[in-house]
Each structure stands twice: as structure tokens, then as C-alpha cells.
Design a protein around this ligand. Structure first.
Ligand code: SF4
Length: 96
């Protein structure tokens, strides 16, 4: 990274990288849960942007992006953990 990049410019670079170098896509980014969202344009966020983030509970799973649903139940996770244990045990004994 260029040592002369300011934090805001570094965030801008990151956002451009995130959106395949498309400036319009960075501007239209609707992933409000991203902690870089209000800084994505490479400038200090306006008072309105800061208020929007606070009011709409962004960055806390209360904004546009919903928290992800768990993919597996607790039982399924436990079953897979046990299967992994058995597989590792078999590998140690040279069976698998
Ligand atoms: S604010 Fe948007 S463009 Fe920037 S890193 Fe987050 S998701 Fe990517």
C-alpha cells in the first residue's frame, strides 16, 4: 500500500476493489451493514449520512442487510463435528 494514502483514500481504494473498480457501483453500494459504507466515496461523511447510519441502526444488522440465518441446526452441527472426529480418527489409524 502507498504509505502516503490517507485513511479515507485507503477506504476508497478498498471499495473500488470491492466493486471491481466501478465507481458508480461504489456510489450505489447498498450494503449498509458494511462498516465502511459512509466512507466509501473517499470523503468525510456528511452530517446527514452519519444521522442516517445512527437512525437506521446500520452496521448492527438493523439496516438494509438482515442478519444471516444459521445454515445448520445445532443438531446438524454436532452431527458433522462427530463425523469429522471419526474421520480424523480413521486417518490417524491409516484406515481412511
Ligand atoms: S462500503 Fe460497499 S463498496 Fe465499500 S467495502 Fe463495503 S460493501 Fe464494498
Amino acid at each position: 500500500m502507498n504509505p502516503r494514502l490517507t485513511p479515507l483514500k485507503a477506504i476508497r481504494w478498498n471499495c473500488l476493489d470491492c466493486m471491481s473498480s466501478s465507481s458508480p457501483d461504489v456510489k450505489e453500494c447498498d450494503l449498509y451493514d458494511c462498516s465502511l459504507w459512509e466512507y466509501r466515496l473517499g470523503s468525510r461523511p456528511t452530517k446527514e449520512m452519519i444521522e442516517k447510519v445512527k437512525d437506521e441502526g446500520m452496521h448492527k444488522g438493523k439496516g438494509y442487510a438482515e442478519p444471516a440465518e444459521p445454515i445448520y441446526t445445532v443438531e446438524e452441527t454436532e452431527r458433522m463435528r462427530k463425523m469429522g472426529e471419526r474421520l480424523r480418527d480413521s486417518q490417524k489409524r491409516g484406515i481412511a
